[in-house]
Design a protein around this ligand. Structure first.
Ligand code: DGJ
Length: 359
């Protein structure tokens, strides 16, 4: 970036002239400084798994960034949860004022298991840039029924019901129309699957994790414990069978919650989806695609997939997306766009170049 402009999709260099390497990221504002945490990717296809860890940058103006190193490192021990070559995606960091700890959550897939483990990992640090100490990983909300499920929907599955889900799985992409609504029952005892995720801290400092669950078919919004280290045991399922991923949650001063998500199409872009609720627990309503522009821009979210929405003072928001490059992961680009409000609702438009003053 030259000058004080954002140039969505362009090569974005840090203050040492090296391309910023923080994919699937999120931003924490702490002590007047912004910290950008994201997946450090290496070149080629090996970059699609975690070879290094989570990198962090700092900035005071959101345009110029300094590399602050690796906040959370993968392990050289092949038996470690964070073994080099595992999949560690979409790290997000929040600050807990009560414990004075920085808490990182991320999507973790154990080495050699593809995307089958579907776990959430948690790490903590006393200093914002780390090093972060890995605590544990798990499937959230084991033994807890969703608070918005009717009693009749909840109950252990019998062998026949489990077999139906197992038969559906290999054809999941083609069979969205017959999505089994009871996968959360299958996973009740062991915990709910958790893939793409984000964190959100509400005005009252209650924190939430939003994650793609139930074979990616359903999103869960799950409250965190007061120390932000575990699920509090309070969650809802939203949009069952809609296959949302890449969740990014934000709230306006009017108390409206908005969620930007994508469809599930691997590394390829697809149309973004906007939804709204008056309470974080719902009901959530889909409002359609927030993108405005050419047919291709609208169909591909400007060749990006959401990862975070950064709130700024004055009820202003920036959309952060990734333009993935799975053949050369390190060359994935960042698409940051201002969120505009049109008829009271958030919309995104392409900008070749823009600055905070235009927000
Ligand atoms: C889409 C997700 O949003 C990404 O984080 C990543 O998991 C890819 N799928 C993998 O195909």
């Amino acid at each position: 970036m030259k000058g004080n402009f954002f140039q969505p999709g362009a090569l974005w260099l840090d203050d040492a002239g090296i391309p910023i390497n923080a994919h699937g990221g999120g931003i924490l504002l702490h002590g007047g400084v912004y910290y950008w945490f994201g997946e450090h990717k290496v070149g080629g296809e090996p970059g699609n798994s975690a070879q290094v860890g989570v990198r962090v940058y700092s900035s005071e103006d959101l345009v110029h960034w300094s590399n602050k190193g690796i906040a959370l490192q993968v392990s050289g021990d092949a038996n470690h949860d964070l073994a080099r070559g595992c999949i560690l995606e979409r790290p997000k960091v929040i600050y807990n004022a009560r414990t004075r700890q920085f808490v990182m959550w991320f999507h973790l897939e154990l080495l050699g298991q593809g995307y089958g483990a579907a776990r959430s990992g948690v790490a903590v640090a006393d200093c914002v840039t780390g090093p972060y100490r890995y605590l544990s990983s798990f499937r959230p909300n084991a033994g807890v029924w969703p608070k918005n499920a009717a009693a009749g929907e909840c109950g252990a599955l019998d062998a026949g019901e489990q077999r139906l889900i197992a038969e559906w799985l290999p054809n999941a992409d083609e069979m969205r129309d017959c999505y089994p609504g009871n996968i959360f029952c299958r996973d009740f005892a062991g915990g709910q699957m958790a893939r793409d995720m984000t964190l959100f801290v509400d005005d009252d400092q209650t924190a939430y994790q939003v994650y793609a669950s139930e074979e990616n078919g359903t999103l869960h919004i799950s409250q965190l414990s007061e120390d932000y280290l575990r699920p509090a045991g309070n969650y809802v399922r939203i949009f069952p069978g809609r296959f949302n991923e890449a969740p990014a949650l934000f709230k306006t001063k009017s108390g409206d919650y908005y969620l930007i998500t994508s469809d599930c199409t691997g590394w390829s872009p697809n149309p973004a989806r906007l939804s709204h609720a008056k309470s974080i627990w719902g009901p959530w309503e889909e409002l359609g695609n927030p993108c405005r522009g050419s047919r291709e821009e609208v169909a591909t979210t400007f060749w990006s997939q959401s990862t975070y929405v950064l709130p700024l003072a004055g009820d202003r928001f920036i959309y952060l997306g990734d333009r993935w490059n799975p053949m050369d992961a390190i060359d994935g680009r960042y698409v940051w766009l201002p969120i505009e409000f049109e008829n009271g609702l958030p919309v995104l438009r392409w900008r070749e170049k823009w600055s905070l003053e235009q927000l």
